[in-house]
Design a protein around this ligand. Structure first.
Ligand code: AMP
Length: 288
């Protein structure tokens, strides 16, 4: 695994691979790698002849400077975790590679980036869309792998790639969870012991809400009960608790008539947790 920090060096390598007909898979990350990220690397290895993992803590997608400061940076550990996967390149561009002096372009995706995290974190998805566009172009990827953990982000990326005619297939991969059900996240490292023990209640309550909706409870009613349950369990502010349709993320308040998910962002111990859970019985509806 070669560590590359320079985009010109990466471009040369990528050109050589494409010349010999090798397809490239990219896994964009902000590092502090865990089994969720590594599942994307596995998926990339299964699909492409060449695999690039990118590691860049993108300042443009942080709407809160303190969150950016506190974001874990563990490059050496990350490289060690990737070693057994036999990938070709760990691409670690510095900010000067991504946003050199004079950088003035912003990619902004309407529709799917409004609501949910888009409403709670102004500017976040512009930052994501801009950096993902650059990483796709820099890596020349044929396939790019994103986690359903960040389901709204996955839809934003699918939209921008379709709208900008970027020749890459976007592949969504299922959320990887800890044994107790907590969705893996680099931010979990910041939870204190008590909060870490409490955190799995989020997924349990979300699953309970999803089951209630599958059993006939209107979405808005289930979301009100979910908010109350999270508050009673000691969670902090709920940024949102909503049911949205898969794909276009349209808000659902009654009974969903196609595949839909429960989405929550909630604070616990100064850490913002996000998760989403499929409304089980509707999966078969979507497949019909
Ligand atoms: P991040 O480093 O948080 O920007 O995440 C990089 C990629 O890993 C994104 O596509 C995330 O959706 C994905 N990812 C993060 N956590 C998980 C998880 N628990 N399961 C699956 N994918 C994940």
């Amino acid at each position: 695994m070669k560590i590359i920090r320079d985009k010109a060096e990466l471009r040369k390598l990528v050109r050589d691979w494409h010349r010999t007909g090798e397809r490239i898979g990219v896994v964009p990350t902000m590092g502090a790698l865990h089994a969720g990220h590594l599942s994307l690397v596995d998926a990339a290895n299964g699909r492409a002849e060449r695999v690039i993992v990118t590691l860049f803590v993108n300042p443009k997608q942080f709407n809160n400077p303190e969150d950016l400061d506190k974001y874990p940076r563990t490059e050496e550990d990350d490289a060690k975790k990737l070693a057994p996967y036999g990938i070709d390149v760990l691409y670690v561009p510095g900010p000067e590679q991504m946003y050199p002096d004079g950088f003035s372009t912003n990619i902004s995706v309407a529709g799917v980036s409004e609501g949910l995290c888009g409403a709670a974190r102004p500017g976040h998805f512009d930052g994501v869309a801009t950096v993902v566009t650059k990483l796709l172009l820099q890596t020349g990827a044929d396939f790019a792998f994103f986690g359903e953990k960040d389901y709204q982000q996955l839809q934003v990326v699918k939209r921008l790639v379709a709208d900008l005619d970027i020749d890459v297939e976007i592949i969504g991969c299922p959320t990887v969870r800890e044994k107790d059900g907590l969705a893996m996240s680099s931010r979990n490292l910041r939870l204190g012991d008590g909060a870490r023990a409490e955190a799995p209640v989020l997924q349990e309550e979300m699953q309970r809400a999803a089951d209630a909706i599958a059993g006939g409870t209107p979405a808005a009613e289930a979301m009100a009960a979910l908010r109350s349950a999270l508050e009673a369990a000691g969670f902090g502010e709920v940024d949102y608790a909503e049911v949205r349709r898969d794909g276009d993320l349209a808000l659902v308040e009654g009974q969903p008539d196609s595949a839909a998910r429960v989405f929550v962002a909630v604070w616990l111990d100064g850490v913002r947790l996000i998760d989403n859970v499929e409304i089980g019985d509707l999966r078969s509806l979507a497949a019909e």
